[in-house]
Design a protein around this ligand. Sequence first.
Ligand code: UDP
Ligand code: MG
Length: 166
Amino acid sequence: MAEQATLVIIKPDAIKRGMMGEVLSRLEPLHLEIIGAKAVRVSQALAEAHYQDLRQKPFFRELIDYLQGKLHGTSFVLALVFWGPDAIERVRQVAGATHPEQADPVSIRGALGRMTSAGVMENVLHASADPQEALREIALWFTPQELLRPVPTSRSGSIRIRSKAR
Ligand code: UDP
Ligand code: MG
């Protein structure tokens, strides 16, 4: 089992609906270390850099508004880095599938996520999908000084994105 770091973001719907603690409670049984945690007011540049691979999707603008809290009237998200054996896959497993109605009901998204009547997907949290994504995202959201363990920085590109986004 590889020791890995993975980025989790507790999204604005979870903040708005008072589910921060519930999300953490559901991640806690994984017994991973938290090596970084902070409240972040998400700039448009940070949101766009985070979801850069989805730029062409029809839901991109709404997704940026969602992460910034504009859909829920919230001013921050909670960003965390979890570290431990197979952290990326195990956190994704507990998080559940992207679409809350298709997610396993025992997963976080299956239990706590929803589609609103306006058709907005509220899926509670972000979790890095693979090692490359995890390294890019951690470098985007955290400086090395903010982490309790060294996490390898990804391609030099992420450094550029980070300084632009902040
Ligand atoms: N998303 C959406 N509509 C879609 C697909 C995705 O609004 O049809 C949003 C949703 O918030 C999701 C995020 O875009 O969490 C990123 O999409 P991705 O496919 O990377 O899903 P994830 O990795 O979050 O499971
Ligand atoms: Mg993704």
